[in-house]
Ligand binder design. Structure first.
Ligand code: HEM
Length: 333
C-alpha cells in the first residue's frame, strides 16, 4: 500500500489498485462491498461517520457484552466472600492482575486509576494475550506440518534438551534455539498485524520523498517489509535457518530496532506483552511437539490462506491428529 499525500495528491494505491479518492465514490462503495473484514474508515476517515460496513455498530454491541463479563467478574471479586484476603495473598506470596488493579482504583494518588481504565487494561490483556498468541501457535504448527524436515529438527532438539522421559519445563525454553528460530520465521511470514497500529505524526515530515502531513493516519506495512526480496533471500520459503545464522552485528530479536524485521511493532507503541507472549507460545508448542507426533487426517491438504481480524488468522482452522511420542505413558496423566 502506498499513498500520495498532501498537495494535489488524490491517488491511493491499495492492493495494487490505484483508487482516486473523493472524485469517484462508486469505486469506494465497490470496495466497501468486497473488502470483507477491512475497516475502510481506517483508510478513508471521512467515511467513518456513515459506518457503511456496520463496524461501529457491531463494535458497540461487542463492547456491551465485554462490559457485562468484566463487570460481573469484578463484582464477584469485590464482594467480601471472594475478595483475596490478606492471609491468602501472604500464603500464596502473590496477587493476581485483577487484585493489583483493584487496589489502584480511585485512590487519589499519582498511580490511581478509574474503573474505565481498569476495564480497558483488562480488555487489552485479555485480547492481546489470547488472540495473537493462539493465532501464531496455529501458524507455527501449520508450517511445521508443511515442512517435515523442520518438524524433525524441532523434535530432535526437544529430545536432546528435554529428554524423552520428561515433559517440557519453563527452564528448558532458553535452550530451544531451533524452536526459537522457527517461531521467528513464522512471525516473518505470518506477521499478525500486517499494518501494525496506526500512527499519526504531530509534525509534517518527509519520508522517502513523500510528504506526510501532520495528523495523517499512517500504516506501516510490516507484512510487505518482511517479505521484500531486497531484504530476504527466497522470501516466500519457510526457512528457520536464516534466524540461526546471525551475520556480523545483525541481531534477530523482537525489539523493533531492525528495520527489516519487527513483527511486534516498533517504538513506543511496540507490543508490551512480548515476554509473556513469547514464553506462552514457546511453552505450548514445545509441549505439543515433544509429547506427540502429528499428522493430517487422511486425504486432507494444508490450507495456508488467512483471514483478516485483530490478528491475521488461518482462514480454515488447522485439524491434526496426535499420537503419543513419549514412552512413559504416566507423563500424559
Ligand atoms: C504472540 C503474541 C503477540 C503478538 C504477535 C503481538 C503483536 C502485537 C503487535 C504487532 C502490536 C502493535 C505494535 C505496534 O504497532 O508497534 C501489539 C500491541 C499490543 N499488544 Fe501484543 N502481541 C502478542 C501478545 C501480547 C500479549 C500476551 C499481550 C498482553 C498480555 C499483548 C498486549 C498488547 C497491547 C496492550 C498492545 C497495544 C499497545 C499500544 O496500544 O501501544 N500482546 N501486539
Amino acid at each position: 500500500m502506498d499513498q500520495t499525500f498532501g498537495g494535489g495528491g488524490r491517488v491511493f494505491k491499495f492492493l495494487g489498485v490505484h483508487i482516486p479518492i473523493y472524485e469517484n465514490c462508486k469505486v469506494v462503495l465497490a470496495i466497501v462491498e468486497t473488502a470483507e473484514g477491512l475497516n475502510l474508515s481506517d483508510f478513508f476517515p471521512m467515511l467513518a461517520r456513515f459506518d457503511f460496513q456496520g463496524v461501529e455498530h457491531r463494535m458497540k454491541t461487542q463492547v456491551k457484552k465485554f462490559d457485562y463479563i468484566f463487570e460481573t467478574t469484578i463484582e464477584e471479586r469485590t464482594n467480601s466472600k471472594s475478595k483475596m484476603s490478606e492471609e491468602t495473598v501472604k500464603q500464596e506470596r502473590r496477587k493476581d492482575f485483577l487484585q493489583i488493579l483493584l487496589e489502584l482504583l480511585d485512590q487519589n494518588t499519582a498511580t490511581s486509576i478509574t474503573m474505565t481504565q481498569l476495564k480497558a487494561l483488562v480488555v487489552d490483556i485479555f485480547l492481546g494475550g489470547t488472540d495473537a498468541t493462539s493465532a501464531m501457535t496455529e501458524w507455527a504448527m501449520t508450517e511445521i506440518l508443511q515442512n517435515p524436515k523442520v518438524m524433525k529438527k524441532v523434535q530432535d532438539e526437544l529430545a536432546e534438551v528435554v529428554g524423552l522421559n520428561n515433559t517440557v519445563e519453563e527452564s528448558h525454553l532458553p535452550e530451544l534455539k531451533y524452536l526459537d528460530a522457527m517461531f521467528k520465521e513464522t512471525f516473518r511470514l505470518h506477521t499478525p498485524l500486517h499494518f501494525l497500529l496506526p500512527r499519526t505524526p504531530d509534525k509534517s515530515c518527509v519520508v522517502g520523498g513523500y510528504t506526510v502531513p501532520k495528523g495523517a493516519t499512517v500504516f506501516l506495512n510490516v507484512w510487505a517489509i518482511q517479505r521484500d526480496p531486497q531484504n530476504w533471500a527466497n522470501p516466500s520459503e519457510f526457512n528457520p535457518e536464516r534466524f540461526l545464522n546471525n551475520k556480523g552485528s545483525e541481531k534477530w530479536d523482537y525489539s523493533g530496532t531492525n528495520s527489516t524485521y519487527f513483527p511486534f511493532g516498533s517504538g513506543r507503541r511496540r507490543c508490551p506483552g512480548i515476554p509473556l507472549g513469547e514464553k506462552m507460545m514457546m511453552h505450548i508448542l514445545a509441549s505439543l511437539m515433544h509429547s506427540f507426533d502429528w499428522s493430517l487426517p487422511k486425504g486432507e491438504e494444508l490450507d495456508l490462506s488467512d483471514k483478516f481480524g485483530i490478528a491475521m488468522k488461518k482462514k480454515m482452522p488447522l485439524v491434526v491428529i496426535p499420537s503419543p511420542r513419549l514412552s512413559d505413558l504416566s507423563l500424559y496423566s
